[in-house]
Write a protein that binds this ligand. Sequence first.
Ligand SMILES: CC(C)(COP(=O)(O)OP(=O)(O)OC[C@H]1O[C@@H](n2cnc3c(N)ncnc32)[C@H](O)[C@@H]1OP(=O)(O)O)[C@@H](O)C(=O)NCCC(=O)NCCS
Length: 186
Amino acid sequence: MTRWDGTTVLTTSRLVLRTYRPDDLPGFAALNADPLVYEQLGGQPLSREHSDEIAEWAEECFEKDGLGLLAVERRSDGEYLGMCGLHHQESFPDDVEIAWRFASQHWGRGYATEAARAWLGYGFTELGLPRIISVTDLDNVRSIDLMKRLGMSFVENSVIVDDGMTFDGVLYAMASHQWAGHQTSG
Ligand SMILES: CC(C)(COP(=O)(O)OP(=O)(O)OC[C@H]1O[C@@H](n2cnc3c(N)ncnc32)[C@H](O)[C@@H]1OP(=O)(O)O)[C@@H](O)C(=O)NCCC(=O)NCCS
């Protein structure tokens, strides 16, 4: 049973990172049916039902073990921008993955970088994780650029399974000492 109460977990200069509310679901469904988004994800447009199921799964993960792909809201006007956070990726169950999915009208403004940096900080400092990984399709250039912008390092090419799909992907990672170094050098 999920709460859907929009609890704020983190804030950044422009963003609120919080649990989902029912009124986020239409925006999340629009994002999941956006051709620019699903082309990058390498799949098909998601139905409203499938989109709602993903949000529900994310809420349940966060309530169960404090890891979840939560909602991203813009502070200035309350606009729902997308999803970002930490979770267990099925191909690498012993690791924690950072992942993201933003509505295409909000790309190119650094929102994903800002949200992901906050979640990396949470993972390393609040949760004490030794490393955080990220995986994506080999040709998902925007996602790979984001991993590099965050200071993550290439680990290997890998066959990845996600939500029933198998694809040739790439694995990036950051260790806690790299995060600490990134903070003091930044
Ligand atoms: C992956 C994804 C989140 C990246 O979005 P993005 O807009 O490229 O990333 P950011 O929000 O960090 O924005 C970075 C861009 O904003 C610019 N920018 C502007 N202000 C900025 C700021 N304050 N900080 C950082 N970058 C800034 C950067 O120069 C960069 O520009 P570029 O696109 O010309 O290179 C987005 O493409 C997406 O949601 N894709 C679909 C879902 C997906 O593929 N998810 C991954 C599945 S594994």
